[in-house]
Design a protein around this ligand. Structure first.
Ligand code: KIV
Length: 276
């Protein structure tokens, strides 16, 4: 008996397939927030994260704390429309999942239903295990996030690398183990030393996805506008693979010069309708 129609089934990489890559082929991940970028990244990435970094790199906020569920849903929809291969994960923003597993389910299910994404990500402090298990049991794959947790920057006092003190390093390892045991399919490890990243990677049975966490992780992620060179100042761990800022600046200047000199538009950019 056929259990459901395969009519509209689009074959994307799945959360279990990402988990199965632990310790094997590196997992390639980047963030995207809009359709044109997602369409380009889709071919090159195993996983696209619609990160709440959107608040900072697209909307000009100073932290991710002001990002709302509606913002995440709108950007998630754009990324889903333009991608067809990568696993798409949408961040649950600050305030949408911390107070109870029930609140987390209500908001995560809304994200899944309204965007069509295949998983959500939550920043996973010691309180998170119960919520992760609750979501996973109810059909929502969860990617966790330990180490530097940007949504907690007001408590942490800034965006600094974490785990210099032994108690903090131990807590990060414990949070990752708890998140894995609760059923997360992967865990982002942000802003930690190579030694600590290696310890976390060995301690958990799920892939670790590093950002500022050395080559010891099972995969890597960067915030796409950072790696494209859209900003002058980026954290030490970012490598700029392009010069987006330079490209936009020189294109804008060339355009302004040509409009000022009336050398744009030319004949080639002009409609010619013949009169009847
Ligand atoms: O919001 C984001 O882009 C993230 C990455 C830094 C992993 O969480």
């Amino acid at each position: 008996m056929k259990l459901m129609s395969a009519q509209n089934f689009i074959s994307r990489i799945t959360a279990p397939q990402i988990t199965a890559r632990k310790g094997k082929e590196p997992i390639v991940c980047l963030t995207a927030y809009d359709a044109p970028t997602a369409a380009i990244l889709d071919e090159h990435c195993d996983l696209i994260l619609v990160g709440d970094s959107v608040g900072m790199v697209v909307h000009g906020l100073t932290t991710t704390v002001g990002v709302t569920l509606d913002m995440m849903i709108m950007h998630g929809q754009a990324v889903m429309r333009a991608s067809k291969r990568a696993l798409v994960v949408v961040d649950l923003p600050f305030g949408s999942y911390e107070d109870s597993p029930e609140t987390a389910f209500k908001n995560a299910s809304r994200v899944m239903m309204e965007t069509g994404c295949q998983a959500v990500k939550i920043e996973s402090g010691s309180y998170a295990a119960e919520t992760i298990a609750y979501l996973v049991e109810r059909g929502i794959p969860v990617m966790s996030h330990v180490g530097l947790r940007p949504q907690s920057m007001n408590v942490l006092g800034g965006f600094r690398a974490r785990g210099r003190r032994k108690e903090v390093a131990d807590e990060i390892v414990e949070n990752a183990i708890a998140a894995a045991e609760a059923g997360s399919f992967a865990v982002v490890v942000e802003g930690v030393s190579e030694v600590l990243a290696d310890k976390v990677t060995r301690a958990v049975s799920i892939p670790t996805i590093g950002i500022g966490a050395s080559a010891s992780c099972d995969g890597q992620i960067l915030v796409t506008p950072d790696m494209l060179g859209q900003f002058e100042r980026v954290p030490k761990f970012v490598k700029k693979y392009g010069d987006m800022k330079g490209l936009v600046e020189s294109a804008a200047k060339a355009y302004a010069d040509e409009v000022g000199a009336r050398s744009f538009p030319t004949e080639a950019n002009t409609y010619k309708f013949t009169k009847k």
